[in-house]
Write a protein that binds this ligand. Structure first.
Ligand code: ZN
Ligand code: ZN
Length: 240
């Protein structure tokens, strides 16, 4: 009753809009994105690559490759399992943008809930989550780290084990080959981790997986037994 009245009052006086479709929010106290937009997120569904979580064209395509996509089969990734809610497009893209660039931190919790659902295989048996760190300069200008906001809601303890050693160019603007060079040696250990732990690296968007892989290499060198990745969205890589 009180919530309904508050919603009506806020909706009338402030007329807040959905961060995604920009339609007026009927229940603004329930968050910055309308229920229709949440429901329209295209979810990743099987068959998926075991390693990166990319959609496979069929269960049979990569027979004999442990259900891995051709890219994971080719490359020497250290991440053992990766998952994301779905492709970086439509409502999911807008919601991640709202979190990252508009500071709508309220969307982190529902995104985290969707990440738990999509990432059951990644979170199973995991000891803790490590958010991909921002460089300090970017952290101060944005006031928060979107990866840490998401990590706080995936249901396992969070350890800020990594630090970004240097500012790197935004991965989105780079080609696949350039991304690995861009993040190589970009991270260092910030906090010691228990030897033999199973760690989940959390980020908002993963494209080629170069960033989470660079994080994973530091964590493995620090004693982790296994490193997995959980991201809100998976973007298609630009072809060279
Ligand atoms: Zn909407
Ligand atoms: Zn893959």
């Amino acid at each position: 009753m009180i919530r309904a009245m508050t919603d009506a009052l806020i909706a009338t006086l402030l007329a807040p809009c959905c961060a995604c479709c920009r339609a007026p929010l009927e229940e603004p106290t329930r968050g910055a994105v309308c229920p229709a937009c949440w429901a329209s997120i295209p979810l990743a569904h099987d068959p998926l690559c075991e390693t990166c979580g990319d959609a496979l064209s069929s269960w049979r395509t990569e027979a004999g490759h442990n259900r891995r996509c051709s890219r994971c089969h080719r490359s020497h990734r250290v991440i053992t399992r990766g998952r994301s809610i779905g492709p970086y497009e439509g409502a999911l893209r807008d919601i991640v943008h709202a979190l990252k660039y508009e500071g709508r931190r309220s969307v982190a919790k529902p995104l985290g809930t969707l990440m738990i659902r999509a990432g059951a295989a990644v979170l199973d048996g995991a000891d803790f989550a490590v958010p991909v760190p921002l460089h300090l300069a970017r952290h101060y200008s944005r006031a928060f780290n979107q990866a840490a906001e998401l990590a706080a809601h995936v249901g396992v303890p969070v350890v800020h084990a990594l630090q970004r050693r240097r500012a790197t160019a935004t991965q989105t603007d780079l080609l696949e080959g350039q991304r690995h060079a861009n993040v190589k040696d970009a991270f260092r250990l910030h906090r010691r981790i228990p030897a033999g732990s199973v760690v989940v690296v959390v980020d908002d968007v993963s494209t080629t997986g170069a960033t989470v892989d660079a994080c994973a290499r530091v964590l493995l060198a620090a004693g982790a037994r296994e490193v997995r990745a959980l991201t809100a969205a998976r973007a298609a890589a630009r072809l060279p």
